[in-house]
Design a protein around this ligand. Structure first.
Ligand SMILES: [Cu+2]
Length: 195
């Protein structure tokens, strides 16, 4: 296994960054523990800390400002704000999924909605999942065949969340509920076939 050559998935990158952050915190704590035993009289220590405080404040404020300005352009939302090729309605309910192509009327009785827990959709077409719930909060989470979470959104009663996704790879995907919704929650699964 060559970690330097293999490109990391988003989840692995997030885990790696979290680990680096945790190591940084441990380093700071160790530094404080080691240096706290050094003797220094109170007045001079206070003056020194006050001088440093201003510099840290300005440095921190500048860093946050720069990170905010540069990272705003990386937000994924504008890139997905386009017209989808296809709408797919997703109704979550205790404890199943009902999916179907197209939208449904606003006054549709969701419990009576004739959706299926298995659906076949085209590859390389922008799909707009219109996700809602007939009862409590659920979470519509799509996993690929390797078990990697590729996209997700909340399924909320009386509200539609639009989740746009472009499946570039054909195959079988699994829908799993990611919001605990009662004892059989773990069995709330569905399938998406991409052709
Ligand atoms: Cu659930």
């Amino acid at each position: 296994m060559n970690l330097l050559i293999t490109p990391l998935s988003i989840q692995s990158t997030a885990a790696f960054v979290s680990l680096l952050g945790a190591m940084l915190v441990v380093g700071v704590v160790l530094f404080l523990v080691i240096t706290s035993s050094d003797y220094e009289d109170k007045a001079s220590a206070k003056a020194k800390v006050y001088r440093m405080r201003d510099k840290y404040f300005i440095g921190l404020a500048l860093t946050i400002l720069i990170v905010l300005i540069t990272s705003l352009g990386m937000l994924p939302y504008p890139k997905f704000q386009k017209t989808a090729d296809m709408d797919v309605t997703v109704v979550a309910m205790q404890w199943s999924w009902k999916m179907g192509q197209g939208t449904i009327p606003a006054d549709q009785d969701l419990v009576a909605y004739d959706g299926k827990n298995e659906i076949t959709l085209p590859a390389n077409k922008l799909i707009n999942f219109k996700v809602t719930s007939a009862d409590v909060n659920h979470n519509f989470a799509v996993y690929n065949s390797k078990g990697t979470l590729i996209t997700q959104t909340q399924a909320m009663p009386k509200y539609y969340n639009n989740l746009q996704y472009l499946f570039t790879e054909k195959g079988d995907y699994e829908v799993i509920c990611l919001e605990y919704c009662g004892l059989p929650h773990a069995y709330m699964v569905a399938k998406i076939h991409i052709e």
